[in-house]
Write a protein that binds this ligand. Sequence first.
Ligand SMILES: [Zn+2]
Length: 248
Amino acid sequence: MGLVNTDAIVLRTYNLAEADRIAVCLTRSAGLVRAVARGARRMKSRFGAALEPFTLIRMAFYEKENRELVSISNAEILKSHFDLAAQLEASEVLAYMGELVSEFAPPHEANEKLFRMVVACVEALETSPGSTRLVSRYFEVWLLRLAGLFPDVRSCAECGRQLGESDPACLDVEVSPHCQKCSRGPATRLLPETQRTVMATQRLPPVDFAVTFKELSEQSEAQLAELTHRLIVRALERRPRTLVASPR
Ligand SMILES: [Zn+2]
């Protein structure tokens, strides 16, 4: 307990009392934290613009035992994303990412991979305008994978046979991947392109993923979205509030 110094990304903020603000942050060393910024809404706040959503900050906060809220003592901007937040489509994706990370990340539990993934996805949105849908799918696949909820489509869950574009995974109702021989009962067979796309998320960072699959077919994108959304709704037991069903 005591003072913690860590990098963090601000997911969302809300007002508290008259002059304070609460920032929900994903931190590198302490996981998800809800942090009070005292006086953050005053004209001359020492926090300045550091607590704008999706700003990457270096923050210091005091942690107290048995207290869910921490208290921010300092926050400095490492990288701001004000331009991104001003674009409608990108800001919708950011809000969506913020909601899902707040739901999926257990409080106060560091997860370096999750932190790096979220930061990389925000960077990808910034560097590849027009990639919002691909970055969203990438983000969903990884969020689910890190939570242990995404099927490993590289091999058949029954016989262990390697799956790939020539033998894409058949996903049963439990979303367990099978080769075509082992598949029984109602199953969704991934399109070869969807199989390739899912496998690529494992080796490519989001910015490269967005470039590589720029021409991804509508069918494969829809199949992937259907899969990730089904898994997300199942995990949350509800539809995410910020999920936008945008026409292509
Ligand atoms: Zn099999």
